[in-house]
Design a protein around this ligand. Structure first.
Ligand code: GTP
Length: 355
């Protein structure tokens, strides 16, 4: 069983952290999302994953040395300076995918907990050309929305409908099984949108089916959604660490603290703090509701709340980093700086008082 994982997007909504790593490599409670996807594919009986990347995402993924979980991994790269969209990469990978059996396609920026295997089986039962997992949300207008008939056929598929125009609250959960017939629906050599070009056509031709899935589902498109993804996963770890720890420093669960982390005296970590590998935290620091990527250094008396701190970032002493702030990799926030709400700092940039 083969799966294609789409990981060649620009992740513009998560900039500037996506300037230096693809969304699929963002850690969730210290485990990269792509690692979680590999584990889930292996659990569901898949044996091969084709990663639809661009040159940069391929480079970053190869650097990460993720565990393959027994999966055979292949890369299919979009042409230079020509992102192929969400359907173009599938056509590009036609030879790697082959024509023998259906295959699964996953968006590489979604954390979900439903059975890929069941989706696959329902696809075969319905003899569909495409079978999409559908998740129910309160506001479907940001997503692709499907109208489902009683026999699970999709009557209509509308990408990002205007307010009031969505026929249902069932949205594209970012996972679908496709039969090899799909290749004749995707033109080669150009960017093609699965959601805007291919799915609506399949619905018209009555060969597009859907299955409602329930349980955990989260789209990691925006910074707040990324923080929320971490909170949800931290909550699942909470039972194992429900006792707060107080000693030289204090830990308020739930938290995730990776190997090599050093925490100074009187610092308070949590709740909802994620500290990546080798993060160094000074004395009298407060970190809550934030993700701090590997190798960052947080100076004495700093306070970090509701923020994303990139890899190798240096946060100076007595700094204040508040809700919505994103400090990209290797940036420096100098001593005494207080950032306002929602400030983004570009990679390797230095911020001092009055910048
Ligand atoms: P935004 O720019 O913030 O919208 O993020 P994005 O570029 O990741 O777009 P979107 O969330 O719509 O993409 C859905 C999935 O398709 C993600 O996993 C992307 O990585 C992937 N994707 C989007 N565009 C391309 C592309 O041109 N090529 C490839 N290979 N994958 C893509």
């Amino acid at each position: 069983m083969k799966a294609v994982i789409l990981i060649g997007g620009f992740g513009t909504r998560l900039r500037p952290l996506t300037c230096t790593r693809p969304k699929a490599l963002f850690p969730i409670a210290n485990k990269p999302l792509l690692q979680m996807i590999f584990e889930k594919l292996a659990e569901n009986g898949f044996d091969e994953a084709i990663l639809a990347v661009n040159a940069l995402t391929e480079f970053h993924i190869k650097q990460q040395r993720l565990s393959r979980c027994g999966l055979k991994l292949k890369f299919s790269r979009d042409p230079p300076k020509m992102p192929l969209g969400t359907a173009g990469p599938i056509k590009k990978a036609e030879k790697l995918i082959g024509h023998e059996e259906p295959f699964l396609v996953l968006n590489g920026d979604i954390l979900a907990d439903f059975s890929y295997k069941e989706l696959w089986e329902s696809h075969n039962e319905d003899k569909a050309v495409a079978t999409i997992a559908l998740h129910e949300v309160d506001d479907p207008t940001r997503y692709g929305v499907a109208e489902l008939a009683a026999d699970n056929r999709i009557k209509r598929f509308i990408e990002k409908p205007a307010k009031g125009a969505a026929p249902t609250r069932l949205i594209n959960a970012g996972a679908y099984v496709l039969s090899p017939k799909i290749f004749s629906y995707i033109p080669a050599g150009r960017a093609v949108s699965m959601e805007r070009e291919v799915f609506p056509r399949l619905a018209e031709q009555k060969i597009f089916y859907g299955r409602k899935v329930s349980g955990l589902w989260i789209d990691m498109g925006k910074p707040e959604e990324y923080l929320q993804t971490n909170r949800i996963v931290l909550n699942t770890l909470r039972s194992k660490q429900d006792k707060p720890m107080k000693g030289r420093f204090e830990v308020k669960p739930p938290v995730a603290i990776d190997k090599g982390v050093v925490i100074g005296e009187n610092s308070v970590i949590g709740p909802y703090a994620v500290l990546g590998r080798n993060v160094s935290v000074g004395c009298n620091v407060h970190i809550s509701d934030s993700v701090v990527f590997a190798d960052a250094k947080i100076g004495d008396f700093a306070s970090v709340t509701g923020a994303l701190i990139g890899e190798g970032v240096v946060v100076g002493k007595k700094t204040k980093i508040v809700e919505g702030c994103i400090i990209a990799d290797q940036a420096k926030v100098k001593d005494g700086v207080a950032l306002g709400k929602g400030v983004s700092v570009c990679p390797a940039k230095e911020i001092c008082e009055g910048t």
